[in-house]
Design a protein around this ligand. Structure first.
Ligand SMILES: *Cc1c(COP(=O)(O)O)cnc(C)c1O
Length: 249
């Protein structure tokens, strides 16, 4: 007998969720303790791309409230099913301009603002479709990888100036995806650099009385402990929580 691999996959990903969730929380707490930080100051975004609404519901029941999605359409289907009562949805993947209109309605925050042009499109859409400014993070391609989107570190201050001038966006900080490395510690310079860029922005493009740009979204399943040690306030965790993702078809 053959059972649908999708069903088998969903079941497998829900099994063990509680244990993986406890493991992630323990590792965040330990990394925070090692660096003298308060674990409560670190938000785990549960990266639910490819994960069914049913499994997201199970994660919510375990206390996760912020979910990260990288595709507008997939997120839209899940939000339609699960709603936003007690849940926050954040976009973490590259956004095409033609999906910006839907994105500003669906997401509580867009972490992946990777160009001034996209920021302008989001601002115009937010003006039309939202009552409050759209919270955003600027995505930085710290290591200058060809395969990745994100602002170049050298362009960041100028881009930040342009973004803070947009009245319908609220710039809250920076996000990065570190390169794939053999050992998690090899990603440390990238995380440290993002923190330094944030500190530079606070001085050069201050937002509010204390400079703003507080959010540092960095660290994923393989490297989040190092990111926490380097000051992450948001870690984005998929596989360590939900298990391996199915391979793309
Ligand atoms: C998929 C994804 C993650 C989560 O990756 P894991 O390795 O599964 O933890 C985090 N951030 C972004 C931008 C992603 O696309």
């Amino acid at each position: 007998m053959r059972i649908s691999s999708e069903r088998a996959g969903a079941g497998a990903r829900e099994d063990g969720l509680a244990a993986r969730a406890a493991g992630v929380r323990e590792r965040v707490a330990r990394a925070a303790a090692v660096s003298g930080r308060d674990a409560a100051a670190i938000t785990v975004v549960a990266v639910s791309k490819t994960v069914s609404a049913e499994v997201v519901r199970a994660a919510h029941a375990l206390g996760f409230t912020v979910f990260g999605e990288n595709r507008v359409q997939e997120a839209q289907a899940k939000i339609a099913e699960l709603g936003r009562e007690g849940l926050r949805w954040e976009l973490i993947g590259h956004l095409q301009s033609n999906k910006a209109a839907r994105a500003v309605e669906l997401f509580d925050r867009v972490q992946s603002v990777d160009s001034v042009r996209l920021a302008g499109v989001l601002d115009a859409q937010a003006a039309a479709k939202r009552e409050t400014p759209l919270p955003v993070l600027l995505e930085v391609n710290v290591a200058g990888e060809e395969s990745k989107t994100g602002l170049a570190p050298d362009d960041l201050i100028e881009a930040a100036r342009a973004v803070v001038a947009l009245p319908h966006l609220r710039a809250e900080g920076l996000m990065t995806v570190a390169p794939l490395v053999e050992r998690p510690d090899d990603a440390r310079p990238v995380f440290r650099r993002l923190r330094e860029l944030r500190d530079a922005l606070r001085a050069a493009v201050p937002v509010g009385a204390d400079g703003g740009w507080d959010t540092l979204s960095m660290g994923m399943s393989d490297d989040f402990e190092v990111a926490v040690e380097e000051g992450a306030t948001v870690v984005r965790i998929g596989r360590a929580l939900f298990g391996e993702r199915p391979r793309p078809q």
